[in-house]
Design a protein around this ligand. Structure first.
Ligand SMILES: [Zn+2]
Length: 90
């Protein structure tokens, strides 16, 4: 099984952040981001969905999808306690 196939299998069963996948496969975050972009096209008609990143302190939701990378700071309360966006397949 290729890494992309494995990622698909994982995301069918669990929600994961890109960083969690990078840790699991012991690879660079940018490799995972490339995989996710590829997967998004290859799994049609299914969809790669994501829960947006959010601030754990004030619940601010980061609406714009900023290249999968985790925002470092909340623009509303300036907290750095930010939950990265999570991916899953539906
Ligand atoms: Zn906040």
């Amino acid at each position: 099984m290729t890494r992309r196939q494995e990622i698909i299998k994982i995301l069918e069963e669990n929600k994961q952040t890109a960083q969690q996948l990078a840790n699991y496969f012991q690879t660079e975050l940018k490799e995972i981001i490339e995989d996710l972009e590829h997967i998004e096209k290859s799994i049609k008609p299914r969809k790669l969905k994501n829960l947006p990143a959010n601030c754990r302190k004030c619940n601010f939701v980061f609406r714009e999808r900023s290249k999968i990378k985790k925002p470092s700071k909340c623009p509303r309360c300036k907290s750095e306690w930010v939950e990265a966006q999570m991916f899953f397949i539906q």
